[in-house]
Design a protein around this ligand. Structure first.
Ligand code: GSH
Length: 237
C-alpha cells in the first residue's frame, strides 16, 4: 500500500555512517545527500529537500563527523565536509549553492520567487547570512552578545518587515528562510541559556517568523537537540 504524502513527511533517523561503515554504492545513479544530523549548513539542504517533497528522490546519508569514514574524503568529497550532494555522477558542495541547485534541478514547489525585487533582496540576504550574520554572532560569544549582535538581529528583524504578503523574508517561504533558520534557532537557544539574552524581545517580526518556521514539519524534523547545541557552541566562547 502506498504511503500517504503526510506519512512520508516524517522519516526515521538512520544511524550515521562512521569509520567502520562501508560506503554506499557510489555513483550508481542514486541521488544522495550527505549530512550530519547536527550540522546547520547541511540542515539547509535537508529542509530544502523536504519542502520540495524529494524524500524519495534524494536519499539522506548521515555521516558521523567526529568519526567519519576515510572513504568520504577519498571517494566522495575531498573537502571532507557536509553537506555534499551526489547527483548525475558528480559531487556538489557548499550549502548556499546546494539549496539553489536542489531548488532549480528537481521537481517540487519553487522556493525562490521570480519577482525581481524579491530576488534582488533575497540575494542580498543570502550574501549577508554567512559573511556577516553568522560571523558576527559567533564572534560575539567571546565578548558581549547583547551589544555586539544588536545590529545583525535588527537587520534580520527589519528584513522580515520588507514584504507584507506573508511572514517570511520574501513574503512567501523561500530559500532565504531556509538559509537563516538553522542558525537563528541555535543562536536563540544558546544566547538565552548562556547569556540570558532573548533575541526575540523587542523583535516581534522575528518572534512570529520563528513560530511560523516551527510549525513546518519539513523543518522541525531536522532540528538538533538544544543540549547538544549549547555544549557545542560553548567551544566558541
Ligand atoms: N561553507 C560550508 C560549510 C560546511 C561546514 O563547515 N560543515 C561542517 C559541519 S557543520 C563540516 O563538515 N565540518 C567538518 C570539518 O571541517 O572537518 C557550507 O556552507 O556548506
Amino acid at each position: 500500500m502506498a504511503l500517504s504524502p503526510q506519512k512520508c513527511l516524517v522519516e526515521d533517523r538512520q544511524v550515521p555512517l562512521d569509520a567502520t561503515s562501508d560506503p554506499p554504492a557510489l555513483f550508481d545513479g542514486t541521488t544522495r545527500l550527505y549530512i550530519s544530523y547536527t550540522c546547520p549548513f547541511a540542515q539547509r539542504v535537508w529542509i530544502t529537500r523536504n519542502l520540495k517533497g524529494l524524500q524519495e528522490k534524494i536519499k539522506l546519508v548521515p555521516i558521523n563527523l567526529p568519526n567519519r569514514p576515510a572513504w568520504y574524503k577519498e571517494k566522495v568529497y575531498p573537502a571532507n565536509k557536509v553537506p555534499a550532494l551526489e547527483h548525475n555522477g558528480k559531487i556538489i558542495g557548499e550549502s548556499l549553492d546546494l539549496i539553489k541547485y536542489v531548488d532549480s534541478n528537481f521537481d517540487g514547489p519553487s522556493l525562490y520567487p521570480e519577482d525581481s525585487a524579491k530576488r534582488e533582496f533575497g540575494e542580498d540576504l543570502l550574501k549577508y547570512v554567512d559573511a556577516t550574520f553568522i560571523k558576527t554572532v559567533f564572534d560575539s560569544f567571546k565578548g558581549d552578545p547583547v551589544k555586539e549582535t544588536a545590529s545583525v538581529f535588527d537587520h534580520v528583524e527589519n528584513a522580515l518587515q520588507k514584504f507584507d504578503d506573508g511572514p517570511f523574508f520574501l513574503g512567501e517561504l523561500s530559500l532565504v528562510d531556509i538559509a537563516y533558520i538553522p542558525f537563528i534557532e541555535r543562536f536563540q537557544v544558546f544566547l538565552d541559556e548562556v547569556f540570558k539574552y532573548e533575541i526575540i524581545i523587542g523583535r516581534p517580526t522575528l518572534a512570529a517568523w520563528i513560530e511560523k518556521m516551527n510549525k513546518m514539519v519539513e523543518h522541525t524534523q531536522t532540528k538538533t537537540d538544544s543540549e547538544y547545541v549549547i555544549n557545542y557552541f560553548k567551544k566558541f566562547m
